[in-house]
Design a protein around this ligand. Structure first.
Ligand SMILES: [Zn+2]
Length: 309
């Protein structure tokens, strides 16, 4: 058998004689090579396209690489976070020390001011957080730090309230002793208290804005604190009334007097006689109606009249 190969470039066709043994062997080799080559390409195609398991394996390899990278990043982040937590723990320790110093200062001030020990409690130790308690040198648990911060914040709140109260006590102690209403404005007994009571005239429930102190007509009425007379005259229902502004938010009112002993603008001291008791205005008998106002609101005068001068 002969195969004639016709080429476009070559004018003369090439004739292959299959009877030639060498040529037959070469062609056989070429054919075998083509078969093996096709099989290889097919196998690669089958592995990459036809098998989804191998594709997944490739993806898993990539994902594992990503995870490993993220793990490194996470470790770095954890280190940063731990550094921040440690810094916070140091700051917390400083604040706790400050709180302790504040306590000592408060205690000293309480002693200087000769204030009632029960009123202030500066010896209470601030809760010390986990720096010493923790087995690790660093704050392992953020909750521990969080709790310590909360406790410290509460401690500071308490201290602030106590210190501001202490401050006002110390600053105002001298002033308050002369400007705060203190003691009974006249000799007598309390016949009616502050608050709800039936109106002595109508019988309807009405709020009593002061206390009544029963005393015979003419009993001297005294100023209960230092201040300035802002009113001395007749007021509807109150009869002859004296009003004293004490300049620190306090105002006192003395009603139903038979006689007034002061005039508006007059400066008075504690114990000064400002009027004589009586039964003018809406009154059923000789008594003093006494009111205490604080920051524009009428308050129960009982605690003031019961305090000692
Ligand atoms: Zn009254």
């Amino acid at each position: 058998m002969q195969i004639i190969l016709v080429s476009r470039t070559k004018k003369v066709p090439k004739t292959l004689d299959l009877a030639d043994g060498r040529l037959r062997f070469r062609l056989l080799g070429m054919a075998a090579g083509a078969v093996v080559g096709c099989a290889g390409i097919g196998a690669v195609l089958a592995m990459t396209l036809a098998s989804p398991r191998d594709g997944a394996l490739t993806e898993i390899r990539q994902l594992r690489k990503q995870v490993a990278h993220q793990d490194v990043e996470l470790t770095d982040m954890r280190k940063d976070a731990q550094r921040e937590v440690d810094a916070l723990a140091v700051k917390l320790g400083q604040l706790q020390a400050q709180s302790t110093r504040l306590n000592a200062l408060g205690e000293r001030l309480t002693q200087i001011g000769k204030l009632d020990d029960g009123e202030f409690n500066f010896d209470e130790q601030p809760p010390l957080g986990g720096i010493e308690d923790s087995s690790d040198s660093s704050y392992a648990l953020p909750q521990t730090l969080d709790k310590s911060i909360d406790e410290l914040a509460a401690q500071f709140d308490r201290q602030q309230a106590q210190l501001s109260a202490l401050q006002s006590f110390l600053l105002d102690a001298k002033i308050e002793s002369s400007l705060k209403p203190t003691g009974m404005p006249l000799d007598g007994y309390i016949s009616s208290y502050f608050g709800g009571r039936p109106d002595p005239f109508s019988g309807h429930a009405a709020r009593h804005t002061g206390i009544d102190i029963a005393a015979p007509t003419g009993t001297p009425v005294e100023a209960v604190a230092e201040g300035m007379v802002t009113y001395a005259g007749v007021r509807n229902g109150y009869g002859n009334v004296v009003e004293i502004d004490h300049g620190n938010g306090y105002m006192t009112r003395y009603a139903h007097n038979s006689q007034l002993e002061v005039h508006p603008g007059q400066r008075v001291h504690i114990g000064d006689v400002i009027a004589k008791a009586g039964s003018t205005g809406r009154s059923t008998g000789s008594h003093l109606h006494f009111e205490v106002w604080y920051n524009g609101r009428v308050v129960n005068p009982l605690a003031y009249v019961k305090s000692h001068r």
